[in-house]
Ligand binder design. Structure first.
Ligand SMILES: [Zn+2]
Ligand SMILES: [Zn+2]
Length: 331
């Protein structure tokens, strides 16, 4: 059972014992739990967009289900000390957004209207999950492998703020406190001056490489107008523009990296209902600016989830890994 544990040296939360949640579902459409006709192989759907049929029947074109191998799931939040260490049980949500009924179709191959519908599904789930004050952060993570499989995104509702978002929130708040301007709005203005790092833009969004990237070829997509909450920004025009720029970047990745695996993470502002006090995130709506970060897997065997969010995960607990090492027959 996965656990959130706090590393007391760095203050970062980590997830141990995840199993292998990035694992592909069944390669065979006959037995793939995400294919139409196999709805009985998943838990009951949370929502779907469909042409016809009832819940948990074929006829859908986007379907959201609970993860079969969740790293977080709903239960009572339970914070406890284990000796000198802090631990939270795996309260939270881990849902799967099946972005197409077609097995083996890559997200980059989706028609723009289908990609826009994926964004509407993200929006609906974020709004719903934010009704739970135990959830502090919602993040959306998508990993696309080069081998065939069923394209799907993970939605995580976390009871803590991940290390990457935590640092961005701190820097954004600091910048706003001294300049009364949003940090990302300033970055977008600066990038527009030279356009050297801009990949593509349309009326409402811009895609660029960061000035000082920590990863090779990571690309940021963000709205040109200030917006802290993805779920409030999505409108018919904005969903269409965002779908267009996402598909543009994915197609470039697939050409340049020859269908390497790639990932993205979508960060919206944290859950205001989950504030630890009324003094927390007072300027959030003005200082934070939502964005999506894309990353190809070209230079590291490390999990892209860890590289994008800063959340370290281990497949087993350190206690189990210590046992494996202790019991190794050495000569
Ligand atoms: Zn499938
Ligand atoms: Zn802004």
């Amino acid at each position: 059972m996965p656990e959130l544990r706090r590393d007391i040296l760095t203050g970062d939360w980590r997830i141990v014992d995840t199993g292998s949640f990035e694992k592909l579902p069944d390669e065979n459409p006959e037995t793939c739990p995400l294919c139409p006709g196999n709805e009985h192989l998943t838990d009951s759907e949370i929502m779907s967009f469909r042409l016809n049929g009832l819940a948990d029947e074929p006829g859908w074109f986007i379907r959201v289900v609970p993860s079969k191998n969740p790293i977080l799931q709903f239960s009572q939040v339970e914070r406890k000390g284990v000796g000198m260490y802090d631990q939270i049980n795996n309260k939270g949500a881990n849902e799967i957004v099946v972005v197409t009924p077609e097995h083996g179709k890559r997200m980059s191959e989706l028609p723009p209207h289908q990609m826009a519908d994926v964004l509407w599904a993200y929006q609906k789930r974020i709004i719903d999950l934010k009704r739970d004050s135990a959830i502090k952060e919602i993040l959306i993570y998508h990993l696309e492998n080069s081998s065939t499989g069923h394209s799907r995104s993970h939605i995580f509702g976390l009871p803590v703020i991940d290390p990457n978002l935590g640092k961005i929130l701190t820097e954004s708040r600091r910048h706003y406190a001294s300049k009364e301007r949003c940090l990302t709005c300033d970055i977008v203005r600066e990038e527009n001056k030279t356009a050297e790092r801009i990949i593509y833009e349309n009326e409402n969004f811009i895609a660029f490489l960061p000035y000082a990237p920590s990863k090779n070829y990571s690309v940021i997509i963000t709205p040109k107008k200030h917006s802290a909450f993805f779920e409030n920004f999505i409108s018919p025009q904005n969903a269409s523009d965002l779908a267009g720029i996402i598909l543009d970047i994915l197609k470039r990745y697939e050409v340049v990296f020859n269908h390497f695996p790639w990932s993205f993470v979508l960060y919206t502002a944290p859950n205001m209902a989950g504030r630890s006090s009324e003094h927390q995130w007072l300027t959030l709506a003005d200082d934070f600016h939502w964005f999506i970060e894309f990353l190809p897997s070209i230079d590291s065997p490390m999990s892209n989830f860890h590289r994008l969010t800063g959340i370290c995960t281990t497949v087993e607990t350190p206690e189990e890994q210590a046992k494996i090492l202790r019991e190794a027959k050495i000569y």
